[in-house]
Design a protein around this ligand. Structure first.
Ligand SMILES: Cc1ncc(COP(=O)(O)O)c(C=O)c1O
Length: 400
């Protein structure tokens, strides 16, 4: 099916083997319609709180703060460090492989970012390169990405945190349900970010969540999300701040304690999120199984991201690496001929993109650069079955 994008005018084809398919099904929409017929409140209120509690329980953190995108969740993590005074020397290590908004808030908020090379196995953060930066720069913050559902090898990274001491932030925007040695990603760091955009493990249309066990961070996240006011805080903390600043009852609901944003989502999205949570474990199980099928069929005939033994990959796409840019070009054209969706391996090497290289110069890490030059996606989503994956692998393996 072909359709024209109303904003750009580009023509898109909806193919049988798309990278992403919607997780919001017809029956889910029926439930949303029935709920809307009750004329509920739509702006952020009780549904949001319900969704946050359910998400925190699912993940295993004390607190969760729902916002309007994964990018906003990333921004909120940096902003909470900043406004709480816990950003330390404001130096931050950022990954070469990730998404632009993993890194962009550090630049917008005046942190001093240093880019770190990508690990050749997980495509997460390379621990040896990280240690070299820690040794030289002594940064107080490190943000890593569990790249497209492949958990970082957390062992060495956590040892480095013990040794050097830094705030660890986890960008889990595309890795819901991935596990390192049984522990869910998003529970290792001081804070973690998730995305609920279309095509991810679950969707709230747009949406994101910041998760933490740290009470102080939680309070800052709540204030930063809503203009910097304190009325979204739990009662006791609200009362404490109102008393501290000597504000009377009339002024207190609209007293702005810190410079904030409006990064809220809505109760409509939260209601959809509650329905999506019912499907989440099933969708993750499907993605995990599909990923294992890819690994089993492709074997050692191509390079792709792998995890540590005992870890679980909950992938959003299967990330493969061609032997050369020329070979990738050929594979991409064969995939196109066979109506199998593909694209650049997210940003692959963020340090090759203008937003970074114009300011800091290109990042030349060999692993990240190989991903930029030779990496590509193969579809993994909950709609694919063994036959589809055998077909995709057959097309790719014949092409190489
Ligand atoms: C690692 C990572 N971080 C952040 C984002 C941004 O999430 P959103 O699209 O919800 O803003 C994405 C999006 O896929 C991502 O993969």
């Amino acid at each position: 099916m072909e359709y024209e994008d109303f904003m750009t005018g580009h023509t898109f084809r909806s193919r049988p083997l798309d990278l992403a398919v919607d997780t919001i099904g017809e029956q889910d929409l029926e439930r949303v319609i029935a709920w809307l017929r009750e004329y509920p409140r739509l702006t952020m209120a009780n549904e949001t709180r319900r969704f946050e509690e359910a998400w925190a329980k699912w993940l295993g953190t004390k607190y969760a703060v729902f916002c309007n995108s994964g990018s906003s969740a990333d921004l909120l993590m940096y902003a909470a460090l900043d406004s709480s005074g816990r950003a330390g020397n404001r130096k931050v290590v950022v990954p070469a492989t990730g998404w632009v908004t993993t890194v962009a808030p550090s630049m917008q908020l005046g942190f001093e970012p240093t880019m770190c090379e990508t690990d050749a196995m997980t495509f997460g953060m390379d621990a040896a390169s990280l240690e070299a930066i820690l040794e030289k720069e002594h940064p107080d913050t490190v943000i890593l990405v569990h790249e497209l559902g492949v958990p970082n090898n957390m062992g060495p990274i956590l040892s480095l945190r013990e040794k050097y001491g830094f705030n660890l932030l986890e960008d889990c925007c595309a890795s819901h349900g991935a596990r390192h040695q049984g522990q869910m990603v998003g529970t290792f760091g001081l804070m973690s970010a998730f995305s609920f955009y279309y095509g991810h493990h679950m969707s709230t249309i747009e949406g994101g969540m910041v998760c933490t066990d740290d009470e102080e961070m939680y309070y800052h996240l709540l204030m930063l999300r809503s203009h910097g006011w304190c009325k979204d805080l739990p009662k006791e903390e609200y009362a404490r701040l109102v008393a501290k600043h000597g504000v009377d009852d009339f002024h207190s609901p609209f007293t702005f304690v810190i410079p904030g944003y409006n990064l809220r989502s809505t109760d409509l999205s939260a209601y959809i999120g509650m329905i999506q949570l019912e499907h989440l474990d099933g969708i993750i199980a499907k993605r995990v199984a599909n990923h294992l099928m890819y690994q089993e069929i492709i074997g050692d005939k191509m390079r792709y991201a792998k995890c540590m033994p005992g870890d679980v990959i909950s992938s959003i796409s299967f990330c493969a690496i061609a032997e050369s840019t020329e070979q990738r070009k050929h594979i991409v054209s064969v995939l196109n001929d066979n109506e199998i969706d593909t694209r650049l391996f997210t940003a692959a090497n963020l340090g090759q993109h203008p937003f970074w290289k114009v300011r800091y110069g290109a990042f030349e890490g060999p692993v990240a650069t190989t991903l930029y030059d030779c990496g590509f996606f193969l579809p993994n989503n909950q709609a694919l079955d063994r036959g589809d994956i055998e077909h995709i692998c057959d097309v790719v393996l014949k092409a190489i």
